[in-house]
Design a protein around this ligand. Structure first.
Ligand SMILES: CC(C)(COP(=O)(O)OP(=O)(O)OC[C@H]1O[C@@H](n2cnc3c(N)ncnc32)[C@H](O)[C@@H]1OP(=O)(O)O)[C@@H](O)C(=O)NCCC(=O)NCCS
Length: 296
């Protein structure tokens, strides 16, 4: 059985689901185990003289004895481990150099703002590391508009957003744009009228790297500077991750609007029937936060 892919190309019979382990072939598993224990700050989850596993988040580092099919060295693909920032990359390189390793390639910063480096461990294998450039949040400029329009089309299914009956068009909303190096990585769009500001959309790409939190904080600061007293936003009943994020940052549930999404779908048929976590997409939840207090 094939799966859907680019048209006209024959497909492999099954999909891959991310990667499970990066395997380093080493002359001595015991010696390499001690090295990786220090590197990760973790004991191995499997400790066998011929096989060692370390858990790193959801992934795994595996140590295996080198043999003719898997020699020690640098050839072909290299796994790159993500570090928090450029300072962490510098201290990682220093740590390798203090433990018998050496810089092999880089560090160098690409146009995407990521700094990359390969270092060799004392056994001869290459470890890749990448660190993101610092995030910057800037007010939207005219040249950001086509990107924002494409983002809305991709993430929100069109150029309008409907919340409790009101329509916002992407060309009319104000916005803050998050940048990493020369790459746009997220946006907060909003409408501010007098003492109230509404967050219309919040997107981060990639997710889970602090971009959404940073945009939200920058939006709150910008609104406080404008003299806004009340922040409001609307999310949907399926968006449990966003509900958690906002409530952890002082937003309070102010209103439930049952079946508002079902009505919005009449204006914007591209709104899907099923949302996050397989939850039917039906209702809107309005959250609010007062500025100048702790959300009270
Ligand atoms: C919601 C969104 C903007 C958050 O931005 P982000 O950059 O991914 O989030 P961050 O990395 O700043 O993390 C925010 C919080 O969510 C948590 N988080 C991040 N990814 C997560 C995931 N996959 N599952 C659960 N929690 C997650 C973080 O641990 C963090 O927790 P904290 O509140 O304790 O600090 C982003 O996920 C996104 O674009 N989602 C799709 C669009 C959307 O739903 N927007 C909101 C609609 S109103």
């Amino acid at each position: 059985m094939g799966h859907e892919g680019p048209p006209g190309l024959p497909q492999a019979p099954t999909r891959i689901h991310g990667w499970a382990a990066v395997t380093y072939f080493v002359p001595d598993v015991r010696a390499a185990r001690d090295f990786v224990s220090q590197l990760t700050g973790e004991a191995p989850v499997l400790d066998h003289e011929n096989l060692c596993h370390f858990a790193v988040g959801a992934e795994r580092i595996t140590l295996h004895p080198a043999d003719p099919k898997g020699p020690v060295g640098v050839a072909g693909p290299v796994a790159y481990w993500r570090l928090a920032d450029v300072a962490a990359l510098a201290s990682m390189i220093e740590w390798f150099e203090g433990h018998g390793g050496q810089k092999y390639r880089g560090p160098t910063t690409g146009p995407d703002g990521w700094t990359v480096c390969q270092v060799r461990d004392p056994f001869g294998n290459a470890w890749g590391f990448v660190a993101p450039a610092a995030l910057a949040v800037r007010a939207i400029h005219a040249e950001d508009r086509p990107w924002l329009r494409a983002l809305w089309q991709r993430e929100w299914g069109g150029e309008t957003q409907v919340s409790h009956g009101a329509q916002h068009h992407v060309r009319e909303v104000d916005a803050l744009v998050a940048w990493r190096g020369a790459v746009r990585v997220g946006a907060a769009t909003f409408v501010a009228t007098g003492r109230t500001a509404e967050l219309v959309t919040l997107n981060a790409d990639p997710r889970g790297q602090g971009i959404g939190s940073r945009l939200l904080a920058a939006w709150e600061e910008a609104m406080a500077r404008r003299g806004v007293a009340r922040l409001t936003l609307t999310t949907t009943n399926d968006n449990l991750d966003a509900l958690a994020l906002y409530q952890r940052r002082g937003y309070r549930l102010a209103r439930l609007i049952p079946e508002a999404v079902m009505r919005a779908r009449l204006q914007k048929p591209s709104i899907p029937v099923t949302g996050h976590h397989g939850i039917p997409l039906r209702d809107e939840l309005v959250l609010e936060k007062s500025l100048g207090g702790s959300g009270a």
